[in-house]
Design a protein around this ligand. Structure first.
Ligand code: PMP
Length: 413
């Protein structure tokens, strides 16, 4: 608003950092100064329950990460063109969690860069130039990936090399429906052939959908029938979010040609990856080499190990199943009492709740901040309340969240 003083942080940020190009969350932007487990603390000492951040999958400021990264930074942190056991160990450790024949990992620094590299691998391997994505997809912020992010397209914009398929909504989402949707999308590409079909394994930006494994199998078969590779984007859905397994695609019972990882991978220390088959990497290698300065530095690898240590030692992916179930049951109870809430969806510690409108969803999210809870809204129309907390949530955090949501619902009713 106009009342913002010229020296205030929001004003200085807007002036120096592109104004509307990089918007902040919430009507009253938050200045957070500290995090601990599922809690975030603002400059004015207000404590917020984090119901949104998956980068902090093992909780904010986890000592295992700070210690491991701190130790590594104090010893050595450089680019990744030297031998380093920590990096190789991390590569092998992640590959051990992947099904055959996924035997190769290439590190990056972000989800965008991982999808970008996957896209490049697919075009080199297939010799094709087009991609098929879901109707409301988000896969990254580079020029190429903005084209592969239908959710971000300005009105009237549709790149000629990209076709979309309708995400799975409602019943009857069988294998043949999935395959048919890919085939329809491929037919809509006029001159180009598809190199890649890609989808967020949980269809988060589509509104957090319940995704039957058969439908995903149909997407994979549809991709292969069209000569394309299939990429499971696990940037949001991976790292135990759906529990008890680390990767959401495993639940669908499919083996993608490419898997991309990011966000929680280094608990905030930037690291991402593409996992694929050696045969696919070899085609790129026959023409190019791949190197990215900050991709899996020793410190990033230390963060990557710490995240996996905590996830496996503390059983957080198992906990995600039970706590998520509790959360969705509570949400369904609230939805049965409130005219504002509708269907509840999700898997593991992830929930999407239909709200009557985008306006109501935004009002709810704002009121939740007043009630000490940070959540978000998503979906094609922005009318889905998104709950995607750190996996360290316990029963009491679910209770706190539901109580705050109940208060928020009556406040805006
Ligand atoms: N894929 C998905 C499914 C994502 O949600 C995101 C980030 N929101 C990305 C890719 C891009 O990751 P990054 O912001 O790290 O580049």
């Amino acid at each position: 608003t106009n009342a913002i003083a010229p020296t205030s942080l929001p004003r200085r940020r807007a002036d120096a950092m592109g104004g509307p190009l990089s918007p902040l969350f919430y009507r009253q932007p938050l200045e957070l100064v500290r995090g601990e487990g599922p809690w975030l603390f603002a400059r004015d000492s207000t404590r917020y329950l984090d119901a949104y951040n998956n980068v902090a999958v093992i909780g904010h400021a986890h000592p295992a990460v700070t210690r491991a990264v701190g130790r590594q930074l104090a010893e050595l942190n450089t680019h990744s063109r030297y031998l380093h056991a920590g990096i190789v160990d991390l590569a092998e450790r992640i590959l051990a969690t992947m099904p055959d024949p996924l035997d190769t990992i290439l590190f990056t620094t972000s989800g965008t860069e991982a999808n970008e590299l996957a896209w490049r691998l697919a075009t080199e391997y297939t010799g094709a130039t087009a991609a098929v994505i879901a109707e409301h997809a988000y896969h990254g912020s580079s020029k190429w990936l903005a084209d592969l992010s239908s959710n971000e397209w300005p009105a009237g914009y549709r790149p000629a090399h990209v076709a979309t398929f309708a995400a799975p909504r409602g019943d009857g989402m069988t294998e043949s429906v999935g395959a048919h949707r890919i085939s329809l999308a491929v037919q809509s590409l006029r001159t180009e052939r598809p190199a890649l079909v890609l989808a967020d394994s949980q269809f988060t930006s589509e509104g957090i959908l319940d995704v039957p494994g058969e439908f995903v199998a149909g997407l994979v078969n549809g991709a292969h029938a069209a000569g394309a590779l299939y990429l499971a984007d696990e940037v949001q859905s991976g790292y135990g979010r759906s529990g008890p397994q680390l990767w959401r695609f495993l639940l669908a019972g499919v083996t993608p040609d490419l898997v991309t990882l990011g966000k929680p991978m280094g608990a905030g220390y930037p690291i991402g990856a593409v996992v694929t088959r050696r045969e696919i990497a070899d085609v790129l290698a026959s023409r190019y080499e791949y190197f990215s300065t900050f991709a899996a530095t020793p410190a990033a690898a230390a963060a990557g190990h710490a995240v996996l240590d905590v996830l496996t030692l503390t059983g957080l992916p198992d906990q995600a199943v039970a706590i998520g179930e509790l959360l969705r049951n509570g949400l369904r109870d609230l939805a049965s009492e409130s005219k504002l809430l509708g269907e509840v969806r999700g898997l593991g510690l992830l929930a999407g709740v239909d709200v009557t409108s985008r306006k109501a969803a935004k009002a709810l999210v704002s009121e939740l901040v007043n009630q000490g809870v940070l959540a978000g809204n998503t979906g094609p129309r922005g009318d889905v309340l998104k709950v995607r907390p750190p996996l360290v949530w316990e029963e009491r955090h679910v209770a706190l969240f539901l109580a705050a949501l109940r208060r928020a619902l009556s406040a805006i009713a």
